[in-house]
Each structure stands twice: as C-alpha cells, then as structure tokens.
Design a protein around this ligand. Structure first.
Ligand code: IMP
Ligand code: MG
Length: 184
C-alpha cells in the first residue's frame, strides 16, 4: 500500500515547506539574537515541523515538548483540555516559542492555558509559531506571531498532521480522498 494513493490534492509541496521553514528560521534567528531561546513543541503534530525549524535557526537554541490532551469527543464543549506532559526544564528568564502544527478553532491553545502557564512560570517571553493557520474556523483568539501558511477550511494531513494517527509521515501537506473517511 502506498500512503500517497489516499491523497486527493497536495496543498503545500515539500520544497515550498522547506523554503518557508528556512525563512522562518532566519526571521527567528534575527528576532532572538542575544536571547536565550527555547522552542516548546506541542506533541505529536508539531514534531516534524520543530525538527526542521530548529535546524534552520542559526543562533543557540534548545527545545522541549508538551502534550495536550482533550478528554473525549465532548471535551471541547466541557472545556476540559489538559497539559498531560510538561516541559522538563525551567523556563525562568528564557524566551519561549511555542511550536504548533496548526491553529484551527483555537480551543487547544486557549483551554490548555499553555501560554498562561509558561508566563506564570516566569518565562521572559512567550510567543507562538504555527506551521498552518486556518483562520476561517477560529472560535477563540490565539495570537500567532510566526505563521508558515494560511490554509482554507479543509482537513489537511502530512508533515506531522494526522487523520486517526495516520499520514503524519507524508513530506507534504495534502487533503485526503473522500473515500478514506468512509470507513469512519
Ligand atoms: P484547535 O484546538 O481547533 O485549534 O485545533 C488544534 C489541533 O487540532 C491541532 O493541533 C491539530 O492537532 C488538530 N487539527 C486541527 N485541524 C486539523 C487538520 O486540518 N488536520 C489535522 N489536524 C488538525
Ligand atoms: Mg496538535
């Protein structure tokens, strides 16, 4: 079976991702020159983006990951979104850049209080870098300081983004064929 057979359309090609990641890396390197920078990636979707981005940054940088869990299908309605894996090291006096795969409704970042949590633990600054921004579906405001690409209102997979745990390994960002969703 070839994963690519399930793709209806490629929205962002591999080389387009690479050149945008290089631009973001340059910009971040300039903006954080002389500052202690740590990238905090939100698992699992942001892992691939973070891995590429960190290598496009030319200043000293460290990184860590957090995991955010929502409980059940109604969790967003009930407001239960939790940080289930915390970053390991102190962020005191460090400049934190939170790395997300995509900001869609905005619920995950807002209801997990991730940004507030980092600030309350005395990070020097807390900003957000999202590979993808899907503004048409936003329900809660999330400040995005660095953004890779805007995407239209379509469910996308690849480059870290999944559908039921699959397709994260695709090197591009694409849309699945409708029949893939059929089996539920
Ligand atoms: P939000 O809470 O609605 O902003 O959604 C954030 C999370 O939902 C992202 O970090 C993704 O894990 C997931 N997500 C939202 N839209 C998509 C998509 O189009 N493809 C894959 N995952 C998505
Ligand atoms: Mg995610």
């Amino acid at each position: 079976m070839d994963l690519r057979d399930d793709i209806a359309q490629i929205l962002v090609k591999e080389d387009e991702i690479a050149s945008r990641v290089a631009e973001l890396g340059d910009q971040i390197s300039r903006d954080y020159q002389g500052k202690q920078l740590i990238l905090v990636g939100v698992l699992k979707g942001a892992a691939i983006f973070l891995a590429d981005l960190v290598r496009a940054i030319s200043i000293p940088v460290s990184y860590d990951f957090v995991a955010i869990s929502s409980y059940g299908a109604d969790s967003k309605a009930s407001g239960v979104v939790r940080i289930i894996k915390d970053w390991d090291d102190s962020v005191v006096s460090k400049h934190v850049l939170v790395i997300e795969d995509i900001v869609d409704t905005g619920w995950t970042l807002r209801l997990s209080y991730l940004l507030e949590n980092l600030r309350s633990r005395k990070a020097a600054s807390v900003r957000v870098c999202a590979l993808l921004d899907k503004p048409s579906r936003r329900e809660m405001g999330v400040p995005i300081d660095y953004n890779g690409f805007l995407v239209e209102d379509k469910y996308v997979v690849g480059y870290g983004l999944d559908y039921n745990g699959a397709y994260r390994s695709l090197p591009f960002i694409g849309v699945l064929k409708p029949e893939v969703y059929g089996g539920g």
